[in-house]
Design a protein around this ligand. Structure first.
Ligand code: SAH
Length: 264
């Protein structure tokens, strides 16, 4: 019975819209956006990306812009399924990469359980864009053996509570040369800083990048000890990526030139 749905229904494609700069879309993403008849668009997706939509396409914004309540996840999934079953070509545009946080996995599972065909198109995840914005090679051979992508948000991930994340353990990993790339970490930065200080030196370099790849991009570099104070002083807020580790050291001198009064 599921095959009946799959063959008669339009496709659903989860498309990564990248970190913001429309030039960072993949060719595949542009092709999927052009082909879509219905698009469900997350709030972290830059509207400039919508220039590739057909005039006749129906565009539904499902994010939580300006702190408004976001469209419930169940509604989004229902709408995608209903439109696909009507034969529409549905594209779900998600910020960054669909499978790096942001619930792409849940959506794909749900839709596939309904017998629908789901394709996924990679996007450049904001953690990578933030590093590039600073000129930081996340796995620079002299400083890092690898990289950990982690969420700082206590809620928002069904089935996992990152309050349960043990930051001192992550600090220990970072101390061994694993760069930490923290998503959704600004609102919980006090506990992130406190937890990391349990296993990392207070002088560990840290960078914060808000709106990576967009004209309004802002960034600051500081030490772990100063992370909370720097974010407050700079007025940095979501969406932002926090990068922790020695790889940030190289960006310090650059940041020093750009933000003379702000860098320790
Ligand atoms: N799927 C997305 C992540 C969604 S979770 C991706 O791959 O990038 C939302 C978090 O992503 C935000 O809280 C922020 O931490 C990060 N984020 C998204 N876009 C960003 C941007 N342009 N600059 C900095 N951080 C961003």
């Amino acid at each position: 019975m599921t095959t009946t749905h799959a063959s008669s229904a339009g496709r659903i494609t989860l498309v990564g819209a990248g970190p913001g700069d429309p030039e960072l879309l993949t060719v595949k993403a542009v092709r999927a956006i052009r082909a879509a008849t219905v698009l469900l668009v997350d709030d972290l997706v830059n509207d400039a990306v919508l220039r590739y939509t057909r005039k006749s396409a129906r565009i539904v914004h499902v994010g939580k812009r300006g702190g408004c309540t976001s469209t419930p996840q169940a509604f989004i999934e229902k709408l995608m399924a209903a439109e696909a079953l009507k034969g529409e070509r549905v594209v779900r545009l998600k910020g960054g990469d669909p499978f790096v946080f942001g619930r792409g996995g849940e959506e794909a599972d749900h839709l596939r359980a309904l017998g629908l065909q789901v394709d996924v198109v990679n996007g450049i995840t904001s953690g990578l864009a933030a590093a590039t914005a600073l000129g930081v090679p996340l796995t620079h051979r002299e400083h890092a053996h690898g990289v950990i992508f982690v969420t700082g948000h206590a809620r928002g991930h069904t089935g996992s509570d990152s309050a349960a994340l043990h930051w001192p353990t992550l600090a220990a990993a970072a101390a061994q040369g694993l760069t930490l790339v923290i998503y959704m970490g600004v609102s919980t930065v006090e506990s992130v800083q406190q937890g990391l200080l349990a296993g990392l030196g207070a002088d560990t370099p840290v960078a914060v990048v808000q709106h990576a790849s967009l004209p309004q991009q802002r960034q600051a570099c500081c030490t772990l000890r100063e992370l909370v104070a720097t974010i407050a002083r700079e007025g940095l807020g979501s969406p932002a990526i926090i990068i922790v580790g020695d790889v940030v050291r190289g960006a310090m001198s650059l940041a020093q030139q750009e933000l003379p009064a702000r860098v320790a």
